[in-house]
Design a protein around this ligand. Structure first.
Ligand code: ADP
Ligand code: ZN
Ligand code: ZN
Length: 669
């Protein structure tokens, strides 16, 4: 027990507590300011940490306390609001505060390098050209802008606008209003590298400085964007989810585009939802936030139903084109040639004859998802995962899409030594080859992460497509987002069937969103668009809802189903995951967690599992999970708060890698 001044420091260790230190030897500065960085000894290492508070006395014996070795900041690098925000994130996700705060900092600041806030320099954009004038809004857009701009305190607005309804224009003009009053705006988007158009539209519209923040930038560029937002110099910060942790001193409004998008949820380490946390940040800052989407998530729609968020609708496309008509091709009794049916090939031909573009959507990269030995039926599998290797023909490789393992194409079967193999199933590469055979004179452009690896190639491809005529595009997930291809009139969705009967209860919602988003790429120009869906489940009731009445009705129905079975958003989930060198280790650890949980005897808490993960082995580790479910958020969080510190003390916790996922979006990953 020590009495006297103690600095309590957050450190980037998984342990969920603060660490006590004595002030530096020659310290004469009195109480330290919360939010400054310090260097401290930690075991044999020296770590950078953040001072959270000063206290008098410590539970630790005086002779065991070490001293802060160096004070790194004269003014706090975490302002009071950012500290409060990080504390919320740490509490809500039951994650160590030090890890949250270090994640919030650009690398060089995390390393302890000096940071001085420069006074705002002259805006870079001014002089570069005059900004583009705003467009004349239609009635629905005007109403949305007026409503958003009338809010000068915390409000959540859901901008639900069909694809092509002009949501971005609403963001631009709303932000203009806040920026004109000297405030800053934060714009969060799913993946900037996929939507360079969005940044371009902001850049041409505003005289004020814009900073961009995403993982495609170098460390130095990221730091500069962070610093320009933090100093107040940049009026607008556009970024992916981690931009949410940037200090923005005059934050006046937050816009989060494509709010349903999965990439807003971090799937490793600190498993936070940037959408949910953005709402908290808006609340703490007492400012409005706008969540935009053509296909809002069921969570968000439920908040609208409950009256907590207000819905602003843009029901029409800007060009007043009707949304594309959807045709279903039942492929149950059809002969397919490389995954394509006869009527489908006919439709593609028609659209090409009219000099238009056709997009085929297939969310499966590579040539074939399975490679089988012709003689004995042996199948190429990953040695580190419970998964098949995907054949990539162009690069002569077999690749595991789960762990990244790459090997050459097999020369002979390891089982029977025969040399003939059959590729089963169709990936984008195979589709490209097949279409080239059916349409030898047509330009075929494949857009997936294999064809766009080089930094500039996606933008080049998008530019070609934007100006192109008579082309066939093949795309994965990458093309579902935000692109505007004016000459595209037919969208074909080849494989959605996996969405119908998946173990993950959210897959149906995702299928509805994907169909609507991908389908929405058709007919954005002058000519009416068409969507074709090949399926073996044409009669599925929710699919029928979606096709006949659109996403809003589909979502209502899906929400109703969730309420009947008591799944989110009508209950709250958390998943403990563990991975270890053996399945028994993972399961045993989670069984101990289960026993700890049962000791609390909380009838309102369901404990489900532990079970081995459906894909048990991944990258050589055996994975298991334990799920908690409660009707009330508070029930779940009070038990999580107690249990995580107990788990840290379990000896078995040191033999596994474990994590906690609060509000998980993927049940099995
Ligand atoms: P969304 O984000 O809803 O899919 P966008 O904001 O990309 O839609 O708008 C679709 C197209 O319509 C864009 O090319 C945009 O410039 C144009 N647009 C948006 N609002 C207007 C308007 N009020 N008048 C004319 N064109 C508009
Ligand atoms: Zn064989
Ligand atoms: Zn693998």
């Amino acid at each position: 027990m020590h009495t006297g001044s103690i600095w309590r420091v957050a450190l980037a260790t998984p342990l969920r507590r603060l660490f006590d230190y004595l002030p530096p030897l020659d310290w004469e500065g009195g109480e330290p300011m919360a939010g400054i960085r310090v260097r401290v000894p930690f075991g044999a290492r020296s770590l950078v940490g953040i001072v959270i508070e000063a206290s008098h006395g410590s539970d630790i014996a005086a002779h065991k306390l070490k001293r802060v070795t160096e004070v790194l900041d004269t003014t706090p690098i975490f302002s009071a609001p950012m500290l409060e925000f990080c504390q919320f994130v740490s509490r809500y996700y039951h994650h160590a505060l030090g890890e949250v705060m270090m994640m919030a900092l650009p690398t060089r600041l995390r390393q302890g390098k000096p940071y001085t806030v420069k006074a705002g320099t002259a805006a870079k954009n001014s002089g570069e050209t005059t900004p583009a004038p705003p467009l004349a809004l239609n009635v629905a857009q005007q109403q949305a802008v007026t409503t958003i701009c009338a809010q000068n305190d915390f409000h959540v607005s859901v901008l639900q606008g069909v694809t092509g309804s002009g949501k971005t224009e609403v963001y631009l003009q709303s932000i203009q209003y806040f920026v004109a009053r000297g405030l800053q705006a934060l714009v969060l988007v799913p993946e900037i590298s996929l939507t360079p158009q969005t940044v371009a539209r902001f850049a041409e519209r505003f005289q004020a400085q814009i900073a961009v923040f995403h993982s495609g930038l170098t460390e130095k560029e990221r730091f500069e964007s962070w610093a320009r937002a933090a100093s107040g110099e940049a009026a607008i910060l556009i970024g992916t989810r981690s931009a949410l942790f940037t200090p923005i001193p005059r934050l006046g409004v937050i816009v989060l585009d494509e709010e349903h998008d999965l990439s807003f949820k971090q799937q490793d380490n600190l498993r936070y939802s940037a959408r949910d946390c953005a709402i908290v940040r808006a609340k703490q800052s007492n400012i409005p936030i706008v969540l935009g989407s053509a296909t809002p998530s069921l969570e968000t729609l439920q908040q609208v139903v409950a009256g907590r968020y207000q819905c602003l609708e843009l029901p029409m496309r800007v060009n007043e084109q009707a949304l594309p008509k959807v045709h279903v091709i039942d492929i149950r009794n059809q002969k397919l040639d490389e995954g394509l049916s006869k009527p489908l090939l006919g439709k593609i031909t028609e659209h090409l004859q009219d000099d238009h573009q056709v997009l085929l959507f297939l969310n499966r990269r590579g040539f074939a998802p399975t490679l089988m030995c012709h003689a004995c039926g042996w199948i190429a599998e990953c040695t580190r995962c419970d998964a098949r290797l995907v054949m990539h023909k162009k690069s002569h490789e077999m690749r595991c899409h789960h762990c990244g393992k790459v090997e050459g194409l097999p020369k002979q079967c390891p089982k029977c030594h025969e040399r003939q193999f059959v590729p089963l199933g169709v990936g984008t590469e195979r589709l490209e080859t097949a279409l080239q055979k059916f349409f030898p004179d047509i330009d075929i452009i494949r857009i997936d992460s294999d064809s766009t690896k080089k930094k500039e190639s996606l933008q080049q491809i998008l530019a070609t497509v934007a100006n192109g005529k008579k082309q066939i595009l093949i795309g994965t997930q990458m093309v579902a987002k935000g692109h505007d291809f004016p000459n595209l009139t037919l969208v074909v969705i080849l494989d959605v069937d996996s969405g119908f009967y998946s173990a993950d209860f959210r897959n149906l919602e995702r299928m509805g969103q994907l169909l609507t988003q991908v389908g929405g790429r058709a007919g954005r120009g002058e000519t009416k668009g068409e969507v074709i869906l090949q399926t073996r489940h044409p009669e599925h009731p929710l699919l029928q809802r979606l096709l006949q009445e659109g996403y809003a009705t589909f979502a209502q129905e899906a929400l109703y189903e969730r309420s009947v079975i008591g799944l989110p958003p009508y209950s709250y989930l958390a998943i403990f995951r563990a991975e270890a060198k053996s399945e028994a280790q993972s399961l045993n650890f989670l069984k101990e967690v289960q026993v700890l949980l049962q000791q609390y005897r909380i009838p309102a808490l369901s404990i489900l599992g532990p079970i081995a993960a459906p894909m048990t082995r991944k990258a050589g580790f055996f994975r298991a999970q334990l799920m908690l479910q409660a009707k009330e958020r508070a029930t779940l969080h009070s038990v999580l708060k107690k249990i995580v510190v107990k788990i840290e003390e379990l000896p078995s916790a040191r033999r596994v890698r474990w994590s906690l996922d609060v509000d998980p979006l993927e049940m099995f990953c």
